[in-house]
Design a protein around this ligand. Sequence first.
Ligand code: HEM
Length: 405
Amino acid sequence: MAAVDALSFDPWDPAFVSDPYPAYAELRERGRVIYYEPTDQWLVPRHADVSALLRERRLGRTYQHRFTHEDFGRTAPPAEQEPFHTLNDHGMLDLEPPDHTRIRRLVSKAFTPRTVERLKPYVRQLAGELVDRLVEAGGGDLLSDVAEPLPVAVIAEMLGIPDSDRAPLRPWSADICGMYELSPSKETAARAVRASVEFSEYLRELIAARRKEPGDDLISGLIAAHDEGDRLTEQEMISTAVLLLNAGHEATVNATVNGWWALFRNPEQLAALRADHTLVPSAVEELMRYDTPLQLFERWVLDDIEIDGTTVPRGAEIAMLFGSANHDPAVFAAPDRLDLTRAENPHISFSAGIHYCIGAPLARIELAASMTALLERAPTLALAAEPRRKPNFVIRGLEGLNVTL
Ligand code: HEM
């Protein structure tokens, strides 16, 4: 086991957040598992370990299917945060089998590669329209003009959220996602609680309306599954919808703008891509590896586990550093170089194991659609101003990305 000094890994230091990759290199050198006192977590920085631990059944996204908070040596979250935790804890991402298996099986029908493939024409058309508008305006903010509206519209459409109801989705999602950062503040928690209450209330009403008048959307599908076999409680339905709406756009928005910023910083790579649009699929993968949109995921240790001679005990928390795994030289040649032609690219950005991103095929279609539309319809797209990074570490993004033509 190695210890971390204050210099290398500091998620609250803007310099680290702006470029965490050198600190990761140091962590990977230090060892396979490193206790980090400020968050009381065990950091895992290497690709082989992250990949193996994501498939490890002695770890879990939750422990509540097996232990009470007390038995697990943890305290229950404060009572005032209950609406957030009720919402969060009933989504499949925070469940383990058998509940996870039951809900994932139902939802995955809507996300098979074949089903998602059918969305392609709609996604491409929407991406084209958004980029046309950006071009007509002579430029704008790539984040708010293209990166954000595309995945929000797609997932809202899939779930059957009417156009007129979509405005609060982004702020609700942003407020809830604040809780996924390390050690969120009381204000962050209060915002997440408010958003959880409002979002849940909205969906409860929408579910009631769809129950009376079903459509061919995913919410109507979940209601049918619920009514047929009572396989999904109403809370699970609400939590599933919120999870899909939030997970369905947050990372895609950030992957789009992180990706384009990386392209602007690597003009020879951008030029190669402009010269050969068949590089789009490998470019999407490489950009997700190069500047990983979700930097860290946690797991609880449900039964003692030994990593490299160190026993990490039951009740401990492991923080897997996805951004570090994606820059591990043991797996990626010249990992800090952006190489859009990289052929072997087993990046971990969509996770692995039972929680592997259910939306990965859709995310890939969305990212390719916006990239292709921008390459074809805005071939002279250029950075208008240096963007500012969001201060968040876990969900890595930009405040905006101003572009010109
Ligand atoms: C670039 C875009 C995306 C990235 C990088 C991403 C990444 C991830 C990761 C890393 C996980 C697993 C976390 C863990 O193992 O603890 C995950 C799970 C999930 N993602 Fe995505 N995601 C993206 C887009 C999407 C989209 C478009 C959707 C839905 C439309 C979606 C829905 C989900 C859901 C429902 C889960 C939970 C799966 C489960 O627990 O079984 N994601 N995603």
